[in-house]
Design a protein around this ligand. Structure first.
Ligand code: ZN
Length: 388
């Protein structure tokens, strides 16, 4: 491997060191210098500060080929915690994570009744107070709250209003991007990998993590995979374009197709709200109903075409499929996508593109939101959010 230029030490280096320690589980200072490309004196200084702050600790020794055994460094999980709220159409999913991305608290609460009596800020503030009061965590270790929702549902200035009322930092992020960061953390993905996530929900989002940081674009709008067109004269889309993959492969598109299918509409409960109706189709598909399978598999085929374009454009090496739409029938999407990538991905002769399924597809965005909070608290000013 080519030797990299040693980067200058700064807030980014601090985040880099924490990310590398987290993904390695336990690592020596010498290995840290090798992996990060930072100089030994820089590593010593950053590690000393992080130990003083309680972020990492020495955890034992590994044998060394020469000289004294090397002290190993690991993350101190209980040093700080982040809270993530994921706003769904009818519920809010609340999670708390520690510094390794481990979930230490979770609850899902209906939103509807509360919203009829109070504004969203007040409801979220009450939720935050309730949720954190029920956790057995020191309040001064809770570093903040991040709220995720489908892009544009929560304007960034609401984060500012909430931050003033709660007296803690509040970040706002779109669900696809947050989910990518959550998967990156909980999977201990190496920063060298070009990592992406596909978030299937009412819409279709993507999140991209390059060198350990979310790629956000010029206006925090990167990753609009759903509006990647797969047919220039295809179905019209509210965005103004035609043939957007969202019009063919979102859970709304699949439910619409199922409701229009006389056999399926008679067999399955499709009058329920969107997510329940979609889960009914997805369950029938994985349980061997041929018509339900054909619908989901067709959606997976459309999605595979769009995702392959994204993989080719960015030369991604590793992908995870996540979001509520992947919870039941994720294996159908994964199979389609793997087959399509292995036959058509431009870089297929140079490297494999790994496709994985999320372990917590319904919670991934909330976990990612909480990870965003913790990441921002470790290296203030390094991570940006639209609410800052
Ligand atoms: Zn569109």
């Amino acid at each position: 491997m080519a030797r990299r230029e040693a980067p200058a030490a700064g807030p980014g280096s601090r985040a880099l060191v924490v990310d590398v320690v987290r993904s390695a589980t336990a690592i020596s200072r010498v290995e840290l210098a090798e992996v990060t490309g930072l100089t030994q004196p820089s590593i010593s200084g950053i590690v000393r500060d992080l130990i003083t702050d309680g972020v990492i600790h020495e955890t034992g020794s590994a044998d060394s080929v020469r000289g004294a055994p090397r002290k190993l460094l690991a993350i101190n999980p209980a040093n700080r915690f982040g809270i993530g709220f994921q706003l769904g159409p009818e519920t809010v999913t609340c999670v708390a994570i520690d510094l390794t991305g481990g979930v230490v608290g979770r609850e899902v609460v209906p939103l509807g009744d509360d919203l009829r009596h109070a504004g969203l800020e007040d409801v979220l503030r009450a939720r935050f107070e309730d949720f954190t009061a029920g956790l057995d965590l020191p309040r001064d270790r809770i570093e903040g709250l991040a709220i995720v929702a489908p892009a544009a549902r929560v304007p960034a200035d609401r984060g500012v209003v909430l931050a003033e009322r709660l007296g803690i930092p509040v970040l706002v992020e779109n669900d696809g991007a947050a989910a990518a960061l959550g998967e990156f953390w909980t999977r201990r993905v190496s920063r060298d990998q070009s990592f992406g996530s596909v978030y299937l929900s009412t819409g279709i989002g993507a999140g991209l993590v390059f060198s350990g940081a979310l790629f956000r674009g010029a206006s925090f709008d990167a990753g609009e995979l759903g509006h990647l067109s797969i047919a220039y004269d295809g179905r019209p889309c509210p965005c103004g374009n035609r043939g957007c993959v969202e019009r063919y492969a979102s859970i709304a598109a699949t439910v619409e197709a199922a409701r229009a299918h006389p056999g399926l509409a008679a067999r399955l409960r499709l009058d329920d709200p969107l997510f329940s109706a979609y889960d009914a189709v997805a369950r029938a598909a994985v349980n061997g109903d041929p018509e339900a399978f054909a619908l989901v598999d067709a959606a997976a085929g459309y999605l595979a075409v769009a995702v392959t374009s994204m993989v080719n454009l960015l030369d991604l090496g590793r992908l995870v499929l996540t979001g509520p739409g992947m919870a039941v029938a994720g294996s159908i999407y994964a199979r389609r996508l793997r087959a399509h990538l292995s036959e058509t991905a431009h870089a297929r002769h140079r490297h494999e593109v790994t496709v994985e399924l999320s372990a917590q597809p319904r919670d991934a965005a909330a976990i990612g939101a909480a990870a965003l909070v913790v990441q921002a608290s470790i290296a203030p000013g390094h991570t940006q959010s639209p609410s800052r």
